[in-house]
Design a protein around this ligand. Structure first.
Ligand code: FE
Length: 186
């Protein structure tokens, strides 16, 4: 019983911390974005499965520390105080690691979770799913199918017609506005 108690206290502390941040900060660009939790699993992303390959040193060179923590270290950013949670512009969201197109503003909705949420990817082939058993629960992790970067998780409490909620980390994605989508080459 010792560990569940410690885990529970850690979660409660994290939730209170996240709430205080979200309720007191109106400047999202100045808000600290740190891990609420990070995958306890020690397995690394499989290296041989994805078309877009980089060494760990190369990833560290091309990604910001925040992007690296989410995409390659399977981190999760704090809810509400992230770039795309309330973002409403028309356009597409692409992988911050390799640039692959992932989600469209057409499928984005306000889930209330504090993270950008979509009811489907642009195409199913653009994302991969992996079982995530961290934190005493089983969730379905969503990764970029091109580079294997961790994007977030998918849950089955989304809106129709899919009933899915793709709960993503803003830092794992870049935004391409609608007027630039036609010329976006990746
Ligand atoms: Fe990618």
């Amino acid at each position: 019983m010792k560990y569940p108690l410690i885990f529970g206290l850690a979660i409660i502390t994290a939730v209170i911390f996240a709430f205080l941040l979200s309720s007191t900060s109106s400047q999202t660009d100045a808000a600290p974005i740190e891990n609420v939790h990070q995958a306890a699993a020690t397995d690394t992303l499989p290296s041989g499965e994805y078309p877009f390959q980089k060494s760990d040193a190369e990833w560290k060179e091309i990604l910001t520390s925040k992007e690296y923590r989410i995409l390659r270290d399977r981190g999760t950013e704090i809810p509400y105080v992230n770039e795309f949670n309330g973002h409403k512009e028309e356009g597409i969201y692409v992988c911050a690691g390799c640039g692959q197109k992932l989600f469209s503003s057409k499928h984005k909705y306000e889930s209330g979770s504090g993270w950008p949420s979509y009811w489907r990817p642009i195409a199913d082939s653009l994302v991969g799913e992996r079982e995530d058993n961290s934190y005493f629960m089983t969730r379905t992790e969503i990764v970029c199918s091109n580079c294997g970067g961790h994007l977030g998780h998918v849950f089955d409490d989304g809106p129709e017609p899919t009933g899915l909620r793709y709960c993503m980390n803003s830092a794992a994605m870049d935004f391409v506005p609608a007027e630039e989508v036609a010329s976006y080459q990746k």
